[in-house]
Design a protein around this ligand. Structure first.
Ligand code: SF4
Length: 427
């Protein structure tokens, strides 16, 4: 077991005990539902948290003002959202903590948190705190709350992914426009309330979340749907840009407008990947028989158990849309980009394309920020994968906030996907 302390939603730990108690934590909405659920996970341990307000044109203005132009687009969007929050007259900077995780690795993501600190310090916001868990220290900054938070946060992300998947599976087929989104919102609200109002004792919390997922599933099942064979388009790419609808100009909605169903790679996939990397590195360092490895192994077992319990109610609904085990994705990637020689999302994207094709996808779209090296590496490999998969249409879409022809390009792309689907159904 990871931890068994019970902190009710309303419990107020002494400010001296948890420095963040006097602050409100703001979560950048990488994915809308996940950010809301993750904020609720903080509230479940007695800390105040909410997602940053929805992005708009001011996000881009401030993002451009406070960055130099060399940064990745997700950095520009999150900085823009944070600065927009801080410029509001009713925001007290001394009460603000900005959530900005960081990680080791070859890409620019590891620079986001230090860069944000620099911007805040040089813009008169020294009192604003940054909550920056690393892939190494997890949430140690939360003190004794870190263990219950890690498990609650994991479950929150898992449940948010499940609701999002249900939404994607239903929305293209809805009879009454807007019904699916209404059900999704209701279920997401239910998830956030369940997280906040349930004690973080692991067994009690898991049972409550499972009940909540069953309620959500049953709401979706009551929707009036016109199930017909629509082409399924896989969506891979850089995690922020593919999930943040503001950054990708709501590409999935646009795709649905062309009569497609989208299968979007979720957040949990990345968490499983970082876990698997942890084991690989321990093995490489000859440290697989250490207490650190044992801890990682126990954590993985616990997470797998949570996943099994929470996914089980959706077995029927996800038939044909099952998410693969992370090692299956990595094996799919192996002929093109072996994990031992490459790192990060590029490996996942390449492997997922192959997996999605095996599951009958009519095409795959890779969403990446302009100049993102993951997207660039993948774009170089996709033609070979496409050839090996009988001409599967794979297309990169890059975003930097200046997209103008998205609708037209998606229309052209969908023609290719439909003709691929016809060809493959004949063979
Ligand atoms: S994955 Fe791409 S966009 Fe994201 S931080 Fe790394 S380089 Fe930037």
């Amino acid at each position: 077991m990871l931890h068994t302390i019970s902190v009710a939603a309303s419990a107020e730990p002494a400010a001296s005990q948890y420095p963040l108690t006097a602050k409100r934590i703001y979560i950048p909405p990488m994915a809308y539902g996940s950010a809301r659920a993750f904020a609720a996970a903080f509230r479940a341990i007695g800390l105040d948290a909410e997602p940053t307000p929805p992005s708009d044109h001011r996000t881009r203005e401030l993002g451009a003002k406070y960055t130099s132009g060399d940064e990745c687009y997700p950095a520009k969007v999150t900085v823009g959202d944070f600065m927009r929050l801080l410029e509001k007259p009713d925001t007290d900077p001394a009460r603000v903590a900005l959530f900005m995780p960081t990680a080791e690795g070859p890409c620019r993501f590891g620079q986001y948190a230090p860069y944000l600190r620099h911007i805040l310090d040089t813009s008169g916001y020294r009192s604003v705190e940054i909550l920056s868990p690393t892939s190494r220290n997890a949430y140690q900054g939360l003190g004794s709350l870190s263990k219950p938070f890690v498990r609650t946060g994991w479950r929150a992300l898992l449940c948010a992914d499940l609701l999002e998947k249900m939404q994607l599976i239903c929305r293209p087929y809805e009879v009454q426009r807007g019904d699916t989104e209404a059900i999704y919102e209701e279920s997401l609200g239910d998830l956030c309330r369940t997280l906040e109002s349930t004690p973080v004792e692991p067994g009690v919390q898991l049972q409550s979340l499972r009940d909540c997922m069953v309620r959500g599933r049953d709401r979706f099942r009551k929707l009036s749907l016109n199930r017909r064979p629509l082409p399924v388009i896989g969506i891979v790419g850089e995690i922020f840009c593919r999930l943040n609808t503001f950054s990708n100009e709501n590409l999935v909605r646009c795709l649905e407008g062309y009569g497609a169903e989208a299968w979007v790679s979720d957040i949990v996939e990345w968490i499983w990947y970082t876990n698997s990397e942890h084991f690989r590195k321990l093995e490489l360092a000859g440290r697989i028989w250490t207490t650190e490895a044992l801890g990682a192994w126990i954590r993985k077992r616990v997470q797998k158990h949570d996943e099994r319990v929470l996914v089980a109610p959706f077995a029927e609904d996800f038939k044909g849309r099952e998410e693969p085990d992370i090692y299956e994705i990595l094996e799919c990637a192996r002929p093109y980009l072996p994990r031992e020689g490459a790192f990060g999302e590029m490996v996942l994207n390449v492997g997922k394309v192959v997996y999605l094709a095996r599951k009958g996808a009519a095409g795959v779209i890779d969403i990446s920020p302009f100049t993102c090296m993951n997207g660039i590496v993948c774009e170089a490999i996709y033609p070979r994968i496409s050839r090996d998969l009988g001409g599967l249409p794979i297309r990169n879409f890059y975003f930097d906030g200046t997209q103008s022809d998205l609708d037209r390009d998606l229309g052209v792309y969908m023609e290719l996907a439909r003709s691929y689907q016809k060809r493959s159904s004949r063979s």
